[in-house]
Ligand binder design. Sequence first.
Ligand code: NAI
Length: 454
Amino acid sequence: MIYDLIILGGGPAGYNASERAAHAGMKTLVIEGEFIGGVCLNEGCIPTKTLLYSAKIYDYAKHGEQYGVKFGSAELDHAFVVERKNRVVKMLVGGVTSTLKKAGVDVVAENGIITGRDAEGFTVKTPSGVYKGKQLLICTGSQASVPPITGLREAVASGFAMTNREILDLKQIPDRLTVIGGGVIGLEMASYFNSAGSKVTVVEMLDHIAGPTDRAISSILQKNYTKNGITFMLGAKVTSVDKDGVNYELAGKQGSVAADAVLVSVGRRPRTQDIGLESIGVLVERGSIVTNDQCKTNVSGVWAAGDVNGKSMLAHTAYREGEVAVNNMLGKKDRVDYISIPSVIYTNPEVASVGETEESAKEKNLDVIIKTTTMKMSGRYIAENEVGDGILKLIVGRAHQNILGVHLIGNYASEIIYGAAMMVQKEMRVSDLQKQVFPHPTVCEVIREALFSF
Ligand code: NAI
């Protein structure tokens, strides 16, 4: 039998695309060697959010008195939290598995390697079978990068250093956790372990945390966590890891942080090796499969979606890319609008962004107006965050008054940002949005307030 579509990888890009393709009548096969749901469901987005939700409840319980609620002595049961995380993951993986079954998608639970193409299509081999498909969608994702820092690989092998994968199942809260890299994973895990009682130090080589996040927002986030007890070593490049901890170079001087456990979160690498890309000549540059905004590769009939193209490395980008690839296969022209993809850091307070930042607008020489508003313009925000210091920053094009970027720090930011993404995607103007009614009292009203300052 020849499939219409073979998908390599069953993470968010692959499983979502397979469902869409099957519903459109394509006979579809997903080949997934590790776990359906990929990193997102099994060792990324969902497990971390489960852990962080427990930490949030614990933090609220500890500070309940601020709101007139006394809990006695609150305690975080880490073993229970991990067990609950495993239950949540199992439930969701089960859900995806049965959705694929219902949609009529075939699934092979083995690793596949592309071995070539002939007149009938592409061939993919697994340890127990050979499969043929007219089209191929590569969704093999990414893995944690473990750079050649002296002693780091040995530390990972011994369990002293961990990636996002191993740290999720850590049995005990370490007294001192040192996090290498103050990006998204580093900050979310630092947040959990700080709440759970570890003395956390984040060592980041840039002069700010949270990578491309708006600089005013990342510095508010840093201030909040410094107050909560996290130490940030900025401008500090980790040069080696030994049995006592992490060594870094800061302004030409050597320093070290003692640790009982180390998290390495310095980025992720697309999984492009050992999947047979060379057998059909798929172009890979700097480790990523090269795709256009329709998710096409250089080889006709071969598409790639998700982290493997190294473009945005977010699960929701992967969903969209998988869909775009399938639509184009079906002859429905579609493209990914990368600039309107929102991103969220699930710290407490949450950070959410979409579109241009003040920094990126400057780099691109865009003529913009920037308005910054305190989240305290929202009554609900104050009711729930009396001592909060959240802000909203709007980036608007001067000529057409269109929304180019929206950046928030403060809770519910993660749930508000999709509306802002629509504003950016539809290139909405301030005057259009001023006519939009926002529910009251909600935190998203800060956007409406800011719109009237134009
Ligand atoms: P990242 O790219 O976000 O951050 C890595 C950080 O490590 C950078 O700030 C970099 O300057 C720093 N770094 C690199 N080498 C260093 C060294 N030797 N010493 C000190 N600092 C060093 O990567 P991260 O946090 O590992 O996340 C990987 C991917 O996972 C990201 O692309 C992210 O988008 C995705 N992700 C998204 C989440 C979300 O949407 N909430 C949650 C978790 C991950």
